[in-house]
Design a protein around this ligand. Structure first.
Ligand code: EPZ
Length: 424
């Protein structure tokens, strides 16, 4: 297992480029199962999770050719119908293969994902949608088995807003007989990116990005040829890196329109934004003002930036309240931030962050993807050395983030550390 060693306490000044979005790439890869053709995805980030999804597609019989930034996925012979536990347990997004498998071949078997560090994360809404479309669902031996001669369009109202649930059922509906209407659908930009790619292949999806999405099924799809949207969570992470180090970053490929709630909160905290031909310049000159946040579904403040925002607020000149409403256990970065000198009180899913003048480097441990990003930000701001262990969490969702930060003036190095073998 690797660890990062950060010499912090200096402003970040330089340029970073945002990679393709992990949370758009994963559903787009699964969508290739629908077409039975030769699909091409561009602007693909080089991430562990992308590698895991590629392994899953190969397991199902697809031919996946990986080149830097590009994937060619041929699903002509992807007749497989089982996503094994060994792969699903490392990445819950594997469930995104279920809708396409059932839509294409009438059957699919996916290991129940099991919980993960940030919460139980059930898939009941995914299954409710497939059942509404005529799927017979059986749960046995820790696997979900779904079968249907041909999916039929249905009216489906999700009990709660689910991003991959919306994506899974939207994909299945593209090949169903008749019209499907999804209500209480997730509005995330990644859902829109997926719909655009599918419509480019002949699907008939309307309303993606709104809470009501209509899909008219077609008999078959052409190939997907699509450039993945930039990663808004990575962009938001770099904005907060500029803020927490009181530096100035030029962020290439950031799409502010995907981060309106985040940019509003960062401006309230005193960060400055300037759109230039070279990219979005984000800077800060002084300690951030205290700003409180409640996470919520898009277009609310994204849960995937909650931990990073907390890192910023550890140095605010006052107290900020941060409330996590999406996942039941997504405050595990708090004890690690305290090790760096932060003053944070937690009650349930709410943290009260009392700003301190400075953080001091210390050894800390990453617990999940976004918590590790939070610790990188705090380490960049802390005086002295911060060792972050278990950075495989970080590599799941950030492409070469240590290299990008070094190019922006950070002192970061990666070291291997003896551990109980690389957890996949
Ligand atoms: C997606 O996860 C993202 N992952 C997550 O990003 C993100 O945090 C999350 O959406 C919320 O925005 C991908 O897109 C691959 P949900 P997803 O279904 O779809 C509950 C990251 O760091 N729920 O929107 O799994 C669920 O437990 C990752 O990049 C049910 O109860 O999240 C959660 O509390 C982490 N039943 C809430 O809904 C269901 O059937 C939202 O989950 C589905 C979800």
């Amino acid at each position: 297992m690797d660890k990062l060693i950060i010499e912090g306490g200096r402003p970040l000044v330089g340029r970073v480029r945002v990679s393709g979005a992990k949370n758009a790439t994963l559903p787009l890869m699964a969508a290739c199962l629908l077409t039975g053709g030769r699909n091409r995805l561009r602007n693909v980030p080089n991430l562990r999770d992308v590698g895991t999804m590629a392994a899953l597609l190969r397991e199902l019989g697809a031919h996946v050719d990986e080149r830097p930034g590009e994937l060619t996925i041929d699903t002509a012979r992807a007749e497989g119908d089982e996503c094994p536990y060994e792969l699903v347990k490392t990445m819950r997004a594997s469930v995104l293969a279920l809708g396409p498998m059932v839509a294409r071949s009438g059957r699919g078997r996916v290991s129940l994902p099991g919980g993960c560090a940030i919460g139980e994360r059930p898939i009941d809404q995914h299954l409710k949608g497939l059942e509404a479309m005529g799927c017979r669902i059986e749960l046995e031996g820790g696997y979900v088995q779904a079968r249907a001669k041909r999916l039929k369009g249905a009216e489906i109202t999700f009990d709660l807003i689910t991003v991959t649930g919306t994506e899974n059922i939207m994909m299945a509906a593209t090949l169903a007989q008749g019209r499907t209407v999804l209500r209480n659908a997730a509005r995330e930009p990644e859902v829109v990116d997926l719909a655009q790619a599918l419509n480019g292949a002949g699907a008939r999806i309307e309303g993606a990005g709104d809470s009501i999405v209509t899909i008219d099924g077609v008999d078959g799809l052409g190939s997907i040829d699509h450039a993945v949207m930039p990663d808004r969570i990575e962009a938001g992470t770099f904005m907060m890196a500029a803020g927490v180090t009181r530096g100035e970053l030029t962020i290439e490929n950031a799409q502010m329109e995907h981060l309106t709630a985040v940019v509003a909160k960062l401006k309230e905290a005193g960060l400055r934004f300037q759109q230039t031909p070279k990219g979005l310049v984000v800077s800060a000159r002084r300690a951030p003002r205290p700003v409180s946040v409640i996470t919520g579904p898009y277009p609310g403040f994204p849960t995937d930036l909650q931990a990073q925002f907390m890192a910023l607020m550890t140095l605010c000149n006052g107290s900020a309240v941060i409330q996590e409403t999406i996942f039941e256990n997504r405050l595990m970065h708090v004890p690690e931030l305290r090790r760096l000198g932060a003053e944070i009180e937690c009650g349930g899913n709410t943290a009260v962050v009392k700003g301190v003048r400075k953080l001091s480097g210390a050894p800390v441990m990453a617990t999940d993807l976004r918590a590790s990003a939070c610790l990188v930000l705090a380490g960049l701001a802390a005086g002295g050395q911060t060792h972050i262990s278990r950075v495989y969490h970080l590599d799941r969702g950030y492409e070469r983030i240590d290299q990008k930060l070094i190019n922006a003036g950070a002192t970061v190095r990666r070291e291997s550390e003896p551990g109980p073998g690389k957890a996949h």
